[in-house]
Design a binder for this molecule. Structure first.
Ligand code: SF4
Length: 272
């Protein structure tokens, strides 16, 4: 689940192989990214994916490997009170694939919550997902403490019907399965929804029909009890997998934003 800001802003280096630092406009400061999918495997094959898979991946980290990179950094951060003048705003569980596929995800979330307490960090944990295994049973016992502790799940919802699901996300199966997973978690806890809008080619016009269909789908989900904390609409920021795709300008993205705001009373952020 490619993270908007890890892809649109260069990684600043960082404590190690799996933990990296990003100056993030989304987070409003320093984001501490953890790449749970160093093997670059994902259940989606998005047309706009910006993960460079040609170079191949490396084995995914163990919890110990992640913590051995994270803890020394957090110790020095705590002693200094900042990193290069910036505060850590969040721990972003993203990377080069889908984080809910990461085997020991429940243990990692519990470890990160303990580290937040140990180092007295107000930073939130943000788990990015396309929903693949977000309903796995071993996560169920983690959610109450997770959501109760100022942590969030950012759920990717780019499609608006079955053809767009196949086209945009390059996924297999029925989009209804994704929507069921979204509702399974989102009826209990408020989620942030993320959608990437882009043009099929540079000279294409804004596709307000697709945006309207996306809004209609979301209205249906809200009617079924989906809780939405925030919407994030963004566009391409680095070369996508399909080279002919083109980003929207801020003005074009604002047209989509206006359409959404005119029909949904939700907190909406746009990133062009
Ligand atoms: S294929 Fe899609 S879900 Fe998977 S990493 Fe790329 S953008 Fe994220």
């Amino acid at each position: 689940m490619a993270d908007l800001d890890t892809k649109s802003h260069p990684r600043q280096g960082g404590p190690g192989k799996y933990v990296y630092l990003v100056k993030s406009r989304r987070a409003g400061g320093l984001s501490l990214g953890i790449n749970l999918n160093a093997d670059k495997k994902c259940n989606f094959d998005c047309a706009y994916c910006q993960v460079q898979r040609s170079s191949g991946g490396i084995p995914n980290p163990s919890i110990d490997e992640i913590l051995s990179e994270l803890e020394p950094f957090l110790k020095s951060y705590q002693q200094a009170g900042h990193w290069q003048g910036m505060q850590i705003k969040d721990f972003a569980l993203a990377g080069d694939g889908e984080p809910s596929l990461f085997g020991p995800l429940p243990e990692l979330l519990n470890s990160l919550m303990k580290l937040k307490t140990k180092y007295q960090l107000s930073a939130k944990i943000v788990l990015f997902t396309n929903g693949a295994k977000i309903t796995r049973l071993d996560l169920d016992s983690v959610w109450p403490q997770y959501f109760g502790g100022n942590n969030q799940v950012w759920f990717k919802l780019d499609f608006w019907d079955q053809p767009s699901y196949l086209r945009v996300n390059g996924a297999k199966g029925d989009r209804g399965q994704v929507l069921e997973k979204l509702l399974h978690l989102g009826q209990r806890y408020p989620l942030t929804l993320q959608a990437c809008f882009f043009k099929p080619e540079a000279l294409a016009e804004v596709d307000l029909w697709a945006a309207q269909a996306w809004v209609d789908q979301l209205k249906g989900l809200l009617n079924q009890g989906l809780k939405v904390e925030k919407l994030q609409i963004y566009t391409l920021a680095r070369p996508p997998k399909e080279k002919q795709l083109a980003p929207y300008s801020l003005g074009e993205l604002n047209q989509i934003g206006s359409l959404i705001r005119s029909q949904l009373n939700l907190d909406l952020a746009l990133y062009a």
